[in-house]
Design a binder for this molecule. Sequence first.
Ligand SMILES: Nc1ncnc2c1ncn2[C@@H]1O[C@H](COP(=O)(O)OP(=O)(O)OP(=O)(O)O)[C@@H](O)[C@H]1O
Ligand SMILES: Nc1ncnc2c1ncn2[C@@H]1O[C@H](COP(=O)(O)OP(=O)(O)OP(=O)(O)O)[C@@H](O)[C@H]1O
Ligand SMILES: [Mg+2]
Ligand SMILES: [Mg+2]
Lengths: 255, 255
Amino acid sequence: TTKIITISNQKGGVGKTTTAVNLAHSLTLENKQVLLIDLDPQGQCATKLGMDGQMGAYYFLTTQPASPSEVTFVRQWIRETGRDDLKLIPGNSMTSSAQMILSVQEQPISYIRNLLKTFTRDRFEYIIFDTSPSVGGLQERAIWAADLVIVPTATEFASLDSLSKTISTIQTLRDKKNWHGGLLGILPTFYDNTRESRDSLVDLQGTFQDKVLSPIHRATVLRECWSEGKTIFEYAADSRSAEEYQLLADLVLKY
Amino acid sequence: TTKIITISNQKGGVGKTTTAVNLAHSLTLENKQVLLIDLDPQGQCATKLGMDGQMGAYYFLTTQPASPSEVTFVRQWIRETGRDDLKLIPGNSMTSSAQMILSVQEQPISYIRNLLKTFTRDRFEYIIFDTSPSVGGLQERAIWAADLVIVPTATEFASLDSLSKTISTIQTLRDKKNWHGGLLGILPTFYDNTRESRDSLVDLQGTFQDKVLSPIHRATVLRECWSEGKTIFEYAADSRSAEEYQLLADLVLKY
Ligand SMILES: Nc1ncnc2c1ncn2[C@@H]1O[C@H](COP(=O)(O)OP(=O)(O)OP(=O)(O)O)[C@@H](O)[C@H]1O
Ligand SMILES: Nc1ncnc2c1ncn2[C@@H]1O[C@H](COP(=O)(O)OP(=O)(O)OP(=O)(O)O)[C@@H](O)[C@H]1O
Ligand SMILES: [Mg+2]
Ligand SMILES: [Mg+2]
């Protein structure tokens, strides 16, 4: 069966896309079939993989899999990424129009989960959603669609302040909207040797205990690999960053 | 007359709130009356000033200044910040509900600009909008309301990729929606001595020439001051960061 993973945090710039793409690639290196879907209108999953943004996410979100011809239409937007076993549905700015449409149509919380019927024949072992830094309909439906949610958060005060709001969104979905998935964990990112970073990690562990995953250190290679359109495993396979993201993949494989 | 400034960039974590709050404070240190309005559902302008998020932005966005009693009602949400001449309309997660309401009501592009009539008696010399990392109705209306837009961008490839989308949103507003304001400039942030940062700045200056403002260096004090609820001028008045934000304020004062 397919496991659905959503990467979410309303705070901006905390490493959501970096985590989505590197986790997706790491799982394929363990011979898993993975589909990455970019629900952020910035369309940066494509950029990070050296590809162009496209309206794949728009059509995924606005086409109900009601008949074989609609399923075929959406599946045409699945793109090869040049990495074995890793496919992408790219997004672009049109994703924000799709988001408006869902809001105005007042689609149910299960809307995105139901769209995944399009891929039952594809035998993906993991489907990973990258999301935008925002609140609102699309975020909640993408979390509700997930079996597991990963919340990257930078180890700094500003991000910890926003984290509690993201976590309470997740809790409300469990308590009020009958969501059956769960929080895989909070992934500390940009971890460095400053007092602020160390104090933030201690704070996180105090509040969320075993839900705090092992941190991703701040590393220039994680910034540089974007300009090359490469994942960390292609740009710096022997780096600590590659190891840290592989550790995350190993954890996901245990669920 | 009052100058309206909007801080905008759909990319997350590039220093929008840091810029909005430090610029606002710097202008008051030059004896200007400033109102800061937080249109981001994260409500972090309040956090950065050591205050709590509140529904001020929700009521500002959903109350038309049609009669004196409505004007009085909205003005009640103007909060003292403890800094002379700096007032805040705080936001919280309810701002995203207001955003939904504006979209469903299909309010005109001039909607936010018209709401500013509420403050004509207050004699603010500057009104500054902080915005969320997203695209869509609220962003565009907040830009359209502005006389001047500042676009902070981190000096890294991922942010430069998203910048072109934010800039094209601004250009479309000029060309198609008859906006009379202008881009004050692109503010490079997180500038450090890495190859990536230096190359990014060179790229920026190549593309946007004199619209690239003098950079804000990466500095730990800019992260640390959040946990104290202080602006850079209170936390580290003699720092390079305080000087760099003062330079930005001096530029704004020239317009
Ligand atoms: N651990 C890290 N160390 C150093 N740089 C990092 C790290 N993680 C991510 N980055 C860099 O920080 C920037 C922001 O990361 P990314 O774009 O993945 O965040 P995001 O949460 O997806 O942002 P947005 O909110 O805009 O979607 C990118 O330039 C990325 O390369
Ligand atoms: N020049 C800088 N040097 C170091 N840290 C900085 C700098 N500018 C901002 N920061 C820190 O980076 C983090 C992100 O900044 P900030 O929250 O202002 O960005 P933002 O664009 O408002 O984010 P969001 O997209 O979530 O609204 C904060 O912890 C802030 O303190
Ligand atoms: Mg992203
Ligand atoms: Mg902000």
